[in-house]
Ligand binder design. Structure first.
Ligand code: TMP
Length: 237
């Protein structure tokens, strides 16, 4: 039976599960985009790598007491998740300055942030996902002030947990982006994906970039570095 396609994003397709009304099937695509979709390419194997990496990381977070929408990996490119309505906010946590913040605020590359810096972006392609503040987030979404404080606190816990998970495989977690959704009970749950598409990951020894920046900047082979992350996680987790 063909599953009902509910939504197609830049990196994933979202299907309704045919066995449980409250479950979705996420299908990871081979497409890579950058700069709000201006740069595009396809990489054979990317969907499998991100599905496997994201599945391992959501499981590892769950083991550290941080639940998410993730239920189980179904096959090489798909996973079953709890159905949530995505809140159109991107929560970015930065441990080291690089990327947009260095340009926006003139902060020198590689400056460490202690404590980590949390930023909010409004998830709206039409506007190029602008940086917003808490008041904008409360105005633009249905989120309440306590919930916003809650997702920021959760994002910091994810940072602590992921920093440990990556340190164990010789990788520095530089920054990352999270999305949250609301389930049918109205509870907010960590959703979307955690992968080299959504994290900046640098080798601790060499500072080699092991994430989507190799595609954004055209400095390396995306599949090689994503495979490196998956191999190291599989050996460790
Ligand atoms: P930035 O430095 O470009 O703002 O990116 C911060 C982090 O967020 C980085 O780990 C990459 C991730 N990210 C996404 O996952 N999706 C996006 O659309 C963007 C712009 C960044």
């Amino acid at each position: 039976m063909e599953l009902e396609l509910l939504y197609e994003g830049k990196a994933k397709k979202v299907y309704q599960s045919d066995t449980d009304e409250n479950h979705l099937i996420l299908s990871y695509k081979n497409d890579a985009t950058a700069f709000n979709g201006e740069k595009k390419a396809q990489f054979t194997g990317k969907g499998r790598l991100n599905n496997e990496i994201s599945s391992l990381l959501f499981q590892a977070l769950d083991n550290k007491g941080i639940p998410s929408h993730f239920i189980e990996r179904l096959d090489s490119t798909t996973q079953i998740v709890q159905k949530t309505d995505i809140i159109p906010l991107e929560v970015v946590i930065r441990n080291i300055a690089t990327g947009s913040i260095t340009k926006r605020l003139g902060i020198e590359e590689k400056t460490p942030f202690e404590p980590a810096l949390a930023e909010l972006f409004y998830k709206e392609d039409r506007l190029g996902d602008p940086l917003i503040n808490d008041e904008h987030a409360l105005y633009l979404t249905d989120i309440k002030a306590e919930e916003l404080a809650g997702i920021k606190e959760k994002a910091r816990k994810v940072n602590t947990a992921l920093t440990e998970i990556f340190a164990a495989i010789g990788v520095r977690l530089v920054d990352f982006k999270l999305e949250f959704g609301r389930n049918k009970e109205g509870n907010i749950l960590l959703s979307d994906e955690v992968s080299p598409d959504t994290c900046r990951l640098w080798d601790i020894e060499t500072n080699e970039k092991l994430d989507k920046d190799v595609f954004r900047q055209g400095t390396g082979d995306l599949i090689t570095v994503y495979e490196e992350i998956l191999n190291r996680l599989e050996a460790q987790l």
